[in-house]
Design a protein around this ligand. Structure first.
Ligand SMILES: Cc1cc2nc3c(=O)[nH]c(=O)nc-3n(C[C@H](O)[C@H](O)[C@H](O)COP(=O)(O)OP(=O)(O)OC[C@H]3O[C@@H](n4cnc5c(N)ncnc54)[C@H](O)[C@@H]3O)c2cc1C
Length: 391
């Protein structure tokens, strides 16, 4: 209908903002006056946002993948994808048929992160800007894993490597897409860190959101919940956002500095958190983890607070949770499951007592309905009985 113009090779060079609202976009082919701008530029999105003084918190991160073939077993494959994808959770990899080839992807290698400004230009890139030269040493251990799982395909010496790349993905702090109007600039939207698999649904949802808003969400009835490390982040978020009506957490990570989770529990916790924080130096990470504390913030929490925890949570000893409760000035409920660990399941108190997820949902529903809880400590004993004392 003439409503859409596509500028496939046009580069955005600047975005003007006036009185906090987006006004126009500069490109190498001219200037476009616009009241609304959507940034959907994958790993480049932070650079485009910066042009308007906004920020999109994603980091380009390498995900290694090789494509081997032609594979004799797939010689008669009639479909581009005709077999199920294998997700090998033990090795953090996937394997999948693709035409007559076999793709092997890995999330197990060291963190290889990049600054969005360092992503090469199309002219400077050998293949494409998001397909960087393959670093074989990083992939070799994963190739061994793939060989063990698929010896007939990966071990077949007639099967060559068709493509091997250090592909760039958008890594975000919580692993989720970054969708919505930027907090800094009105009518400047981020639709970044989207995967192909969810792209159509997200496009539809964002178009509706931009057109009609989110009438299904009542801003007066929003609560926050988190499990495991989410218990920490929910607590911090609740301290910074007075509009929450309730904060319910479980499976605690409430030890300031995280000594137990990072120094006493499985070393994979530390490795994963180092990966997520982009920190390859353990000493630097140890300094960073000391900043993970609710201590300066907890007194600011304005919403009623619920915590369901195991009596012997090995990732976060109970006394840290009790210290947090001492600081909270809001109506608060501490539910301790006798003998339970981090996941609260697998022990009599967790099996016979109130199911903690249901308890949290009911507690939150009551908060969103405007009812205030009494401040209490509950002990769920090994017979499932609940003993309540005032806090
Ligand atoms: C090895 C590998 C395997 C993957 N496998 C899967 C999978 O199986 N399933 C899945 O769903 N996803 C997969 N992904 C992820 C998926 O490829 C990406 O999430 C997706 O391509 C991102 O799409 P996008 O449109 O947001 O960004 P992109 O496809 O990166 O597009 C961004 C566009 O913005 C343009 N741009 C940048 N700067 C400017 C500027 N200044 N002006 C104008 N234009 C600009 C770029 O030229 C580019 O065309 C994989 C990724 C990798 C690396």
């Amino acid at each position: 209908m003439g409503a859409l113009t596509i500028g496939a090779s046009v580069e955005v060079t600047g975005i003007d903002v006036e009185a906090g609202r987006v006004r126009r976009v500069h490109t190498d082919a001219g200037t476009i006056e616009s009241e609304v701008v959507v940034i959907a530029c994958g790993v480049w999105s932070p650079r485009i946002a910066e042009m308007a003084g906004a920020s999109i918190p994603l980091t380009p991160a390498v995900h290694q993948m090789i494509d081997i073939g032609p594979v004799p077993m797939f010689a008669n494959a009639t479909k581009e994808v005709g077999y199920p994808i294998v997700r090998d959770m033990d090795t953090n990899m996937y394997e999948r048929q693709h035409g007559n080839g076999f793709e092997i992807g890995s999330y197990a290698h060291r963190a290889i992160l990049m600054d969005p400004d360092d992503v090469p230009s199309i002219a400077a890139a050998a293949l494409s800007p998001t397909m960087l030269p393959f670093t074989k040493d990083d992939f070799d251990p994963q190739l061994e894993d793939a060989l063990e799982l698929f010896p007939e395909i990966v071990g077949d010496e007639s099967v060559g490597v068709k493509l091997a790349i250090n592909g760039l993905l958008s890594l975000t702090p919580d692993g989720n897409p970054i969708i919505g109007e930027t907090p800094e600039v009105k009518n400047l939207w981020s639709v970044a860190a989207i995967w192909i698999k969810e792209a159509p649904g997200i496009a539809k949802t964002v178009a509706e959101w931009m057109t009609d808003g989110r009438p299904e969400i009542d801003p007066d009835r929003i609560g926050i919940t988190g499990h495991s490390f989410g218990s920490f982040f929910s607590t911090i978020a609740a301290a910074g956002e007075p509009r929450y009506r309730g904060c319910a957490v479980s499976g605690t990570c409430l030890e300031p500095g995280g000594h137990a989770i990072f120094e006493e529990a499985s070393p994979t916790f530390k490795r994963r958190f180092m990966y997520m924080s982009g920190c390859t130096d353990e000493a630097a990470f140890d300094e960073f983890r000391k900043t993970l504390t609710w201590e300066p913030y907890a007194a600011q929490i304005r919403a009623p607070y619920l915590c369901c925890t195991g009596e012997f949570d090995p990732l976060s000893p109970l006394d840290h949770t009790e210290r947090l409760f001492d600081v909270l000035t809001v109506p608060k409920t501490l539910v301790v499951y006798q003998g339970a660990g981090h996941g609260i399941g697998g022990v009599p108190s967790g099996n016979l007592g109130p199911t903690f997820t249901t308890l949290m949902a009911d507690w939150m529903a009551a908060r969103l309905a405007g009812k205030m809880p009494k401040s209490e400590r509950w002990l769920v004993d090994a017979t499932g009985h609940v003993h309540k004392t005032d806090l």
